[in-house]
Ligand binder design. Structure first.
Ligand SMILES: Cc1cc2nc3c(=O)[nH]c(=O)nc-3n(C[C@H](O)[C@H](O)[C@H](O)COP(=O)(O)OP(=O)(O)OC[C@H]3O[C@@H](n4cnc5c(N)ncnc54)[C@H](O)[C@@H]3O)c2cc1C
Length: 427
């Protein structure tokens, strides 16, 4: 009864912790020579935070982020259109958490090594392929330290190898590269004095050009500053070719995009000045993939971005990666470490998450920014003069209803994996 996980990102490491919790031997093979704390801020939705807490990580979360309290939409002129509470303040039993992606990954890595043993994560091993056999699965990794290839036998391969997944390429050879929808993201972090509640997710702009800001750490009492995440987004000509492999690690000079944002300055925030303080700035083309017809191939299952990479607009990517691993773990408990568990996992999540991928291509609740932009260019003294409160509430209500149902369902749902559950080796 062994599981091999390909990819030591958020999905893969959560899978390893889950296997450990339910008594399943697991090893993670990660292609990077060393897992480093890369990336910038990400948001974890309450359903994912709940799973991390169930994994016994409650004490570690405050070291790597803060609970989000507010979500605010702001017009291009810097005045509020809408704001609403988030996480515990919205009524969830678990907070929404804003964290540094790389620091979350390191916490998960540290816990995997502590709980599963120092050799549980093997770096510098890139998945190149797999082969279902009569009794299990044979998985081939390239040893990037120069040692050729390594074959590993297991009962199951869980492929958590992200956006450019090798397992997905083998499963769907005709699929090709991720699909670019025409928008570009530039991302970074810097320390600054708190804005709004000091724990707000703030979104400014219109449908073509946007600024997103949220803090990912507490205020340092000595300096009065906190670590803050920023994102600038711009829609370009989608006919234009994207000239390299889409990835998260492309560094870029601010000169390439900041001229488009020179006058994004309000009395509460100066975008160009703040962006210029970031040590490193990353460029990411907004890519996703069409939903895969299946995530399974015999004893191989895709999870996380490998299964359903989506636009990073709804704070869903990392949250869903965590939930995937937990749902799969719950199915191991029910069915054993075998293809039946993989089928049950796919059955539970595939259709719902495929719809979410497509939904994330639309504008969701931020479509209201487009409407306000059409009416006044985003500049107003009083939002009531542009769009009466009742009209905004009706608009947001469409999305809030869905979110409200989700909150009630989550609050009432039992644990995904019952406390103390173990996989029965006899299954
Ligand atoms: C370096 C990096 C930076 C990121 N920064 C951000 C960010 O700033 N904002 C944001 O919203 N999202 C970011 N993401 C994406 C985000 O982490 C994911 O959308 C989400 O967490 C889902 O996690 P995942 O584990 O499925 O994928 P990922 O977090 O992408 O993890 C996949 C892992 O698999 C490894 N891998 C890839 N190919 C192979 C292979 N063939 N064999 C073995 N291992 C392999 C990768 O090195 C990586 O560690 C980043 C991802 C990476 C890898």
């Amino acid at each position: 009864m062994t599981v091999v996980v390909a990819g030591g990102g958020i999905a893969g490491l959560t899978m390893a912790l889950t296997c450990h919790e339910i008594g399943v031997p697991v090893r993670v093979f990660e292609s990077s020579r060393r897992i480093l704390p890369l990336g910038v801020g990400i948001n974890l939705q309450p359903n994912a935070v709940r799973e991390l807490i169930d994994l016994g990580l409650a004490d570690r979360l405050p070291d790597i982020g803060i609970a989000t309290q507010e979500w605010a939409l702001v017009g291009r002129g810097g005045k509020d259109i809408w704001s609403e509470p988030r996480g515990l303040l919205a009524g969830y039993r678990w907070p929404q958490w804003s964290v540094h992606r790389g620091e979350l990954q390191l916490v998960l890595l540290d816990e995997v090594r502590r709980r599963c043993g120092p050799d549980a994560v093997v770096e510098a091993h890139r998945l190149v392929g797999y082969r279902n056999t009569s009794s299990g699965i044979a998985v081939t990794f390239e040893d990037r330290t120069g040692g050729g290839t390594v074959d590993v036998e297991a009962d199951l391969l869980i492929a958590a190898d992200g956006l450019n997944s090798a397992a997905r390429r083998q499963l769907l050879p005709a699929e090709g590269a991720p699909r670019w929808g025409g928008a570009m993201l530039w991302r970074g972090t810097a320390a600054g004095p708190p804005i709004r509640s000091g724990a707000s997710f703030t979104l400014v702009g219109n449908l073509d050009q946007r600024f997103v800001h949220y803090p990912i750490g507490p205020v340092d009492p000595a300096t009065g500053l906190q670590q803050q995440n920023w994102l600038l987004e711009m829609t370009l000509d989608s006919q234009q070719e994207w000239d390299s492999v889409a990835g998260w690690n492309r560094e870029i000079d601010t000169a390439a995009f900041l001229p488009h944002f020179t006058d994004w300055v309000w009395d509460w925030f100066d975008v160009p000045a703040f962006v210029a303080r970031a040590e490193t700035v990353w460029e990411f083309p907004m890519v996703d993939r069409d939903p895969a017809p299946t995530w399974l191939d015999g004893r191989m299952a895709l999870i996380g971005d490998a299964a359903h990479v989506m636009y990073p607009v709804g704070s869903n990517g990392a949250s869903q990666a965590i939930v995937d691993a937990r749902v799969l773990g719950a199915q191991f408990v029910r069915h054993g470490v075998n293809p039946d568990a993989l089928s049950a996992y796919e059955h539970q999540l595939h259709d719902e998450i495929s719809s979410l991928v497509l939904r994330n291509r639309g504008h969701g609740p931020i479509a209201i920014l487009g409407e306000i932009d059409e009416r006044c260019g985003g500049y107003f003294d009083d939002i009531d003069d542009v769009m009466p409160r009742r009209e905004i509430e009706t608009f947001m209500g469409r999305y809030k209803e869905a979110a409200g149902f989700a909150m009630e369902a989550l609050n009432a749902a039992p644990r995904t994996i019952p406390e103390g559950a173990r996989v029965d080796r006899a299954i």
